[in-house]
Design a protein. Structure first.
Length: 428
């Protein structure tokens, strides 16, 4: 019931009340994870920490950080005792940090986060009768989710069309002109590309009232492109599989409100909490996930801490920038622009049993290197199957180089770059 109250009324709670809720939740979560989840039990024991030592958010910093690689272990390590992993809703994440991982939640936990996100989007201007078109990667959506999310749509409410980020912008534009959504959401690279296609074709039929950008970093360049093509406010929803929504952009002031009803968000700079104006890494604790607890989880995203009170009047932590994850499109010999996700998804799927981390580097227009750090030595057949699925996505003239490496190092900024291109845009 407390979850429902937080989600349903949370956005109306004052900071004091949010904080009290976080304290209570954290106690329950820590005890539950210690008793029922092998990963956390080990983590605590290794640190010589008893769950009783955590009395509230103040003590959070004493808990060691959990990394993505910890969640790559089998379900038996990370799913709490008493939950059947096969019945949980799964989110398989592939692209953003270069390490495939599966997140699991119960049906109830999933709905709760979904409703919370809708609630936030309504504060951003979404109306229940609006149709939303979401341009993203939908290949890995759990079929259990696909059907069950649909019932309000029978009444014409919260209608959502899923459009693939993998198809050409011209084709996306055609689909969008048929659907005429009031809200356009998804990857900003693709939204900008659709806008450009609309501009080139001279059509004025696509007029979203609101644009919600997510899934990758909205760079200033992309923002200016999207603003140029569409006369609609552009707001960022900062989300990740592990938490659903983490923060959302204030309609009035451009800052991001942290979703304190849903998670505890820490920003860590050189091992300590970042001060206002400082940039650091996001470490999050999910307050509504008990099937697969997420406690002090390092997300591999960079953000900048904003003031404790937004000029719009809302209290609570804010972020002033989300540097996050930048995605670079690969331009192929034919001139086709390829979203790196199109390679990441089939590759991760084909190599799910042995791939730990990868890095995809486009060296030349016609040559792409795939650095793969394996958990174990893959067999020749396994390598051949990866080669095959990548070949299906790429033109004949593009050379595919698979390379097994012992370690993939992060870039100079400390962030892992899952993919990038050395081809200057425009030179292809
Ligand atoms: Zn605000």
């Amino acid at each position: 019931m407390e979850s429902l109250a937080a989600i349903g009324l949370g956005p109306r709670w004052n900071q004091e009340r949010v904080r009290r809720f976080q304290d209570r939740r954290l106690l329950r979560l820590v005890r539950h994870a210690y008793e029922n989840v092998p990963h956390y039990r080990r983590l605590f024991e290794k640190a010589g920490l008893r769950p009783e030592a955590i009395r509230g958010v103040e003590d959070l910093g004493r808990i060691p950080i959990t990394h993505r690689s910890d969640f790559q272990a089998g379900a038996e390590e990370v799913v709490a005792r008493g939950y059947d992993p096969r019945r949980l809703i799964t989110h398989r994440s592939s692209g953003t940090t270069g390490e495939p991982m599966t997140m699991r939640r119960t049906w109830f936990e999933e709905r709760l986060l979904h409703v919370f996100r809708l609630w936030v989007q309504m504060s951003e201007g979404l109306r229940p009768t609006d149709a939303r078109a979401a341009i993203a990667l939908h290949r890995w959506i759990d079929p259990k989710l696909r059907d069950r999310h649909k019932w309000p749509e029978r009444f014409g409410l919260f209608v959502r069309y899923a459009l693939s980020c993998e198809i050409a912008p011209e084709e996306l534009l055609e689909q969008l002109l048929r659907l005429r959504p009031e809200v356009l959401q998804g990857y900003p690279n693709q939204i900008a590309a659709v806008g450009l296609a609309a501009k080139r074709s001279g059509t004025t039929g696509l007029k979203p009232r609101l644009i919600l950008s997510g899934g990758e970093t909205l760079t200033p360049l992309l923002l200016s492109q999207i603003r140029e093509y569409f006369c609609a406010p552009v707001l960022v929803n900062y989300a990740a599989h592990e938490f659903n929504l983490l923060a959302y952009q204030c309609r009035e002031e451009g800052l991001f409100h942290v979703c304190g009803e849903s998670l505890i968000l820490e920003v860590i700079h050189e091992g300590r909490p970042a001060a206002e104006g400082e940039t650091g890494e996001v470490v999050g604790t999910a307050l509504h996930s008990f099937a697969m607890p997420v406690i002090r989880y390092r997300l591999n995203d960079l953000v900048t801490v904003g003031p404790q009170r937004c000029p719009c009047g809302l209290e609570g932590p804010t972020l002033s920038a989300i540097q996050g994850r930048v995605i670079e499109m690969f331009t192929l010999p034919s001139g086709r622009k390829l979203h790196p996700y199109s390679l990441v998804v089939p590759m991760s799927k084909a190599a799910v049993s042995w791939l730990r981390q990868y890095q995809i580097i486009q060296e030349r227009v016609d040559s792409i290197r795939f650095l793969m750090e394996p958990v174990r030595e893959p067999s020749p057949e396994e390598m051949a199957s990866v080669q095959r699925v990548l070949r299906d996505e790429l033109e004949e003239s593009v050379a595919i180089q698979l390379e097994l490496v012992s370690e993939i190092r992060p870039g100079s900024n400390g962030k892992h770059r899952p993919y990038y291109t050395r081809v200057k845009s425009g030179s292809a």
